[in-house]
Design a protein around this ligand. Structure first.
Ligand code: PGA
Length: 253
């Protein structure tokens, strides 16, 4: 059975002491084999997080990276630097990066390719805005983000990449997509992945849902057929909440 993935995106939260305290609490959580757990602290705390997590079953991810190995790119962090810190995952093209920092599908494509090339697993984020959903073009937008984000990328098994469907209107707003809405879009993404890579690889790619996932709605979302995990912002900042997400219960109909 495919492992699920619960990933915590801390965004620009938690300084040194808060990072240490939260990680110490997270280390007490029992993690079962069927669920892979990743936390993505801010860049400056990745080194410490990496040391604190040594020997524990929680993996480390970054929230962004540059696509070049090194060079004159002031303020940027390279995939090699993340690998040096034992990071395994990196969030690419989060809607906040697209919205506030002008990231395009072309840029996410370069970053996704570079991450895979360095053995980092990109969590490529896609999702429509409220206006796009209301304008009935959500699928068109998401399809384009997937196709352009994965352009010219070759996959061996599908395990090299993760897709996160995060409707922009649900991020940090407390508004979640319904289970059906989330599943429908994740199924649609899987169809697009099938067109690109064939059914076997598409089935192996983890597709996460993100957008106000919390202890109350996690079970329903994780019970959906095409949702293989969650990318979590707010609820990843408290050990108790994150623990509840990791211990989601599949609700049988
Ligand atoms: P949220 O953020 O859980 O706070 O809505 C999700 C995300 O941005 O990845």
């Amino acid at each position: 059975m495919k492992q699920t993935l619960i990933a915590g995106n801390w965004k620009m939260n938690n300084g040194l002491s808060e990072t240490k305290a939260l990680i110490e609490d997270l280390k007490k959580i029992e993690i079962q084999d069927h669920c892979e757990v990743v936390i993505c602290p801010p860049f400056v705390n990745l080194g410490m997080a990496s040391q604190l997590l040594q020997g524990f079953n929680i993996k480390l991810g970054a929230q962004n990276m540059h696509y070049q190995d090194k060079g004159a790119y002031t303020g940027e962090i390279s995939p090699k630097m993340l690998k040096d810190l034992n990071a395994t995952h990196v969030i690419i093209g989060h809607s906040e990066r697209r919205q506030y920092f002008g990231e395009t599908n072309e840029l996410t494509n370069k970053k996704t390719g570079a991450a895979i090339g360095h053995g980092l697993r990109p969590i490529l984020c896609v999702g429509e805005t409220l206006a796009q959903r209301e304008g009935q073009i959500a699928k068109k937008i998401v399809r384009r983000q997937v196709i352009e984000g994965l352009k010219d990328i070759r996959l061996q098994s599908g395990e090299e990449v993760v897709i996160a469907y995060e409707p922009v209107w649900a991020i940090g707003t407390g508004k979640t997509a319904t289970n059906d809405e989330a599943n429908e879009m994740c199924e649609f993404i899987r169809q697009v992945l099938s067109e690109l890579f064939g059914d076997n690889i598409a089935d192996a790619i983890k597709i996460l849902y993100g957008g106000s996932v919390n202890p109350k709605n996690v079970d329903g979302l994780m019970s959906e057929k095409h949702i293989d995990g969650a990318l979590v912002g707010g609820a990843s900042l408290k050990a108790e909440d994150f623990s509840r997400l990791i211990h989601y219960q599949v609700v049988r109909p």
